[in-house]
Design a protein around this ligand. Structure first.
Ligand SMILES: Cc1cc2nc3c(=O)[nH]c(=O)nc-3n(C[C@H](O)[C@H](O)[C@H](O)COP(=O)(O)OP(=O)(O)OC[C@H]3O[C@@H](n4cnc5c(N)ncnc54)[C@H](O)[C@@H]3O)c2cc1C
Length: 380
């Protein structure tokens, strides 16, 4: 067993770390405060080769692995998980094409992401269907050889900035998961529009909007996979993307630990640095354990994805464990900072607000446990 990285991976981590230090950390508080979209930072990330990591080189991408993507995402999330989510949402939007797209679709859409700076988005969730993916209401109907799409998606990361969307829609809600298909839709298609932008608690640098489809005519070439295969495409996408959320959690935990360590060595109570109080030491120790555990699970999950094992339960372990650990560690970081932790003077309150999202998107912590429990009990 060899847990070391390749020279290329070490170089990738160094590039991402330097980018985060120079571009992300100094401006993270601004984008958190204003909720503006950090377009210039993301453009630099794209120019530096830190976006669209897993797009194969035949489509102009880096041809990186899921592990490569995780290594970058941990680094960027150390600086700002909201900015990282904007970058990761491109990978999320592109993954249905990697999983089930035709050669033409891959050339056109993946090629667009690598040849010009821009965004895509993954449109699955709806106002009344998040965890219950098979309960979606966005309808698709056949018109001769073509399709017509009608419905509303909610919570779509990059929804207001994407040039194309991968969209899940049902031929008949009564058919549940068997009725769902996936489509690739250009944002400038008549009838497509981004709706309201969410005013979020955390990860405020990411753009989250509704996306609305009104009588959108699509050619048959817009179908990704088969007419009854959309649910599987959505689930396979999550199997590949959950390690990224765990990597994001690792970045948040490492930042919580580093900020807490530095502060606890400086801040004095009762004549000694608070780092000398065992209660504080134990919180630091728990963070160190959580960081190492999250990273190991993340890397194992990513490694399995890279071996082609898309049915692995480890992606769910990593996502559930990492998200909960990031929430716990960032909350403890605020605790270690005391009253100062509760203010915007220090970055730890932002870590806590940002971490909460990790327990919600791409399958909540409860949904991960349902998946894991089913696996433990041997069911489907
Ligand atoms: C900022 C942000 C960005 C997002 N980005 C995207 C995106 O890019 N694309 C996209 O498609 N979606 C995106 N989402 C949507 C996200 O995936 C959903 O919010 C999530 O899946 C939960 O769905 P919901 O909000 O409808 O909650 P619900 O499904 O209504 O769940 C509400 C609560 O009930 C619990 N619950 C639900 N069912 C069960 C059950 N069977 N057993 C136990 N507990 C249960 C949940 O865990 C949760 O605590 C994003 C969400 C947010 C907030």
């Amino acid at each position: 067993m060899d847990l070391s990285f390749t020279e290329e991976q070490d170089a990738l981590v160094q590039t991402a770390r330097e980018f985060t230090r120079k571009e992300v950390i100094p401006r993270a508080a601004h984008f958190d405060e204003t909720g503006e979209f950090p377009r210039e930072i993301l453009k630099k990330a794209w120019e530096t080769g830190l976006m669209n990591i897993e797009i194969p080189d035949v489509y102009g991408g880096l041809g990186g692995s899921c592990l490569d993507n995780c290594l970058v995402q941990e680094e960027v999330s150390f600086g700002c998980s909201g900015i990282n989510t904007s970058m990761a949402a491109n990978s999320l939007g592109a993954t249905p094409l990697l999983v089930a797209g035709t050669e033409e679709q891959k050339k056109k859409y993946l090629g667009r992401l690598t040849s010009e700076f821009g965004f895509c988005a993954y449109c699955c969730s709806e106002p009344d269907a998040g965890s219950d993916v098979a309960g979606m209401r966005t309808r698709v109907t056949r018109h001769g050889d073509d399709y017509v799409l009608n419905g509303q998606k909610r919570w779509i990361t990059n929804g207001g900035v994407a040039s194309f969307y991968t969209v899940f829609a049902t031929f008949d809600p009564a058919m549940k998961h068997k009725g769902i298909a996936c489509f690739v839709v250009d944002a400038n298609t008549p009838g497509v529009k981004a709706g309201r932008k969410e005013n979020k608690m955390g990860q405020r640098a990411s753009n989250t909007t509704d996306v609305i489809f009104e009588d959108v005519k699509l050619p048959k070439t817009a179908l990704v996979g088969t007419e009854d295969g959309g649910f599987k495409v959505a689930m396979k996408t999550f199997d590949r993307s959950r390690p990224w959320i765990a990597a994001t959690a690792a970045g948040v935990i490492r930042r919580s630990l580093e900020e807490s360590r530095a502060y606890s060595l400086e801040r004095k109570t009762f004549g000694v640095p608070i780092a000398q109080h065992q209660a504080v030491q134990f919180m630091l120790a728990e963070m160190a354990i959580a960081y190492e555990s999250t990273r190991l699970l993340t890397h194992k999950a990513a490694w399995l994805v890279d071996q082609g094992d898309l049915s692995s339960i480890v992606s769910s372990y990593a996502k559930a464990y990492g998200a909960d650990a990031a929430m716990r560690c960032s909350t403890d970081a605020v605790q270690i900072f005391g009253g100062y932790g509760y203010t915007k003077e220090y970055p730890v309150e932002k870590l806590m607000r940002d971490a909460k999202l990790l327990q919600i998107y791409e399958g909540t912590s409860q949904i991960q446990r349902i998946v894991i429990a089913r696996n433990v009990l041997g069911g489907k």
